[in-house]
Structure formats: structure tokens, C-alpha cells
Design a protein around this ligand. Structure first.
Ligand code: ADP
Ligand code: MG
Length: 241
């Protein structure tokens, strides 16, 4: 079995009396695509926030990335170790060009020259299929799907060990979701480990080798995606929620 890249043990997060993430334990293995699904409000984004050191932190639990405890590190320190995520909401700089947006992602590459940064940004744009002749367009004028591709390129620019995507398919049309699926499969085939959150299941079923379903902050079911979606508890959480 592949090595464990990210090891999450008994992570819990409360907002007041409300438990948003409740005793969640799982791991991410080198080279896999792990899907995380669950109804709205089930704690998916909060889980990503905890894993990437977003300042509100966690109330309990241990997080190890590449063998190192990261539970007390700051977001930029975690990103520098190679755990990079995207956000559910738009996080691009709308007045900057596509190229400048991706250049922003090079901050966690360490001390490299401006020309090396430009090369990395060009390579990342190429990886996500963003045409070179369009890189000077203003991000705010691009389509939703192009902006998603920029977001992924910005995350890829520092060659992360683990890429975590929070609902990358939201707002996309069916053909765009198919293109996103192909992109994720290509990135994974090139060796990238990916964790992808989706509220809707079909994209996850097409890309994930393992699936976790969260409900009310807890892991309801995890394992082989085909088995997980047939799990009675998962069916009733989706139909009931
Ligand atoms: P998901 O991404 O699965 O839709 P979230 O992780 O965003 O769910 O939210 C899980 C629950 O935690 C929701 O009920 C949400 O309202 C609550 N929540 C998230 N962030 C905060 C916060 N900063 N303060 C209070 N409640 C929050
Ligand atoms: Mg969310």
C-alpha cells in the first residue's frame, strides 16, 4: 500500500455549542485521489480549513503531513510544506491578469528568481490547459471555468505534494465538469495526490479511488466509492438532507 501523505486523527471543531467537525479520522495516501462528499453544512470546508491551518484552528485531534505534525503551523507554513488548497468561493484577484494571478502562487516556492517564477507560472497554466495567448486577459473578465483553471494553476505553481480542491465543479456546466474531470485525472496520472470536495457525487465517482462521506460533521461512510454510494446511511443522508 502507498505511503501515508496526510494523517488526520480524531479532529474536532466546535463553533460555540455546535460541533461542525466531529472526531474525524482518515488518511490520504501518496498518489491517490480521495473524494470527500456530504450534504451542505456537513463540515467539508471546515475540515479543509482545519487541515490548512486557517486561524480558527481545531479543538482536538492530530494532523501529520509527510510525517510532520502540522496541527500548530500557520497556513503559509503548511503551504510551504507542499499542502496547497483552493477555496470554494472565488479567490482570484479580479483586476490582475491571468498570468499575474498564477504568479501570486509562486510566493511559496522559496527563494527563486523572477524568471524562474515566470517559467513555473507558464508551466502551470499549460498544465491546466490555459491557452498562452490568453494569459494577459484580466481575470475578472474570464469565464467561471477559466477562473477555476487559474485557481488550480496558482495552486500547482509551487509543485505541491498534495492538492486539495473545495467544490471545484460548482457553477460549471456539464461539458465543463467533464473537462475538469479530465484535468484532475491527468494531474493525478502525472503523480499528483489530490483531495477533492464535492457536494454532488458524479464527478467524485469519476475521479476518486476512495470516497469519504461526511454528515453533520462525522464520517458516515468511507472506502471504495461504489460501495460508499450504496451504503444505506449515505443514501438516507442525501435523500433526507
Ligand atoms: P460544508 O462545506 O460541508 O457545506 P461547512 O464546513 O462550511 O460545510 O460548515 C459546516 C457547519 O459549520 C455549517 O453549519 C456552518 O454554518 C458552520 N460554520 C462554518 N464556519 C463557521 C464559523 N466560522 N462560525 C460558525 N459556524 C460556522
Ligand atoms: Mg463547503
Amino acid at each position: 500500500m502507498a505511503a501515508i501523505l496526510l494523517d488526520v486523527g480524531h479532529v474536532t471543531k466546535r463553533f460555540g455549542a455546535f460541533v461542525a467537525v466531529n472526531d474525524v479520522t482518515f488518511d490520504v495516501r501518496e498518489g491517490e485521489v480521495l473524494g470527500i462528499a456530504g450534504p451542505n453544512g456537513s463540515g467539508k470546508s471546515t475540515l479543509f480549513n482545519i487541515l490548512t491551518g486557517i486561524p480558527f484552528g481545531r479543538d482536538a485531534g492530530e494532523i501529520h503531513f509527510r510525517g510532520q505534525s502540522v496541527g500548530r503551523l500557520k497556513p503559509f507554513e503548511i503551504a510551504r510544506l507542499g499542502l496547497v488548497r483552493t477555496f470554494q468561493k472565488d479567490s482570484d484577484f479580479k483586476t490582475l491578469s491571468a498570468f499575474e494571478n498564477v504568479m501570486m502562487g509562486t510566493w511559496c516556492c522559496g527563494p527563486i528568481s523572477a524568471s524562474q517564477k515566470r517559467d513555473l507560472a507558464s508551466a502551470a497554466l499549460d498544465k491546466v490547459g490555459f491557452a498562452l495567448e490568453r494569459i494577459h486577459l484580466t481575470a475578472g473578465d474570464l469565464s467561471v471555468f477559466d477562473r477555476k483553471r487559474l485557481m488550480i494553476a496558482s495552486a500547482l505553481v509551487s509543485s505541491p505534494h498534495l492538492l486539495m480542491l473545495d467544490e471545484p465543479a460548482s457553477g460549471l456546466t456539464k461539458p465543463e465538469i467533464d473537462a475538469l474531470r479530465d484535468l484532475l485525472l491527468e494531474l493525478n496520472a502525472s503523480g499528483l495526490t489530490i483531495v477533492v470536495i464535492e457536494h454532488v457525487l458524479p464527478l467524485l465517482m469519476a475521479v476518486a479511488q476512495r470516497l469519504i462521506v461526511l454528515n453533520e460533521g462525522r464520517i458516515l461512510s468511507q472506502g471504495d466509492p461504489q460501495a460508499v454510494v450504496r451504503d444505506e446511511r449515505v443514501i438516507s443522508a442525501y435523500l433526507g438532507g
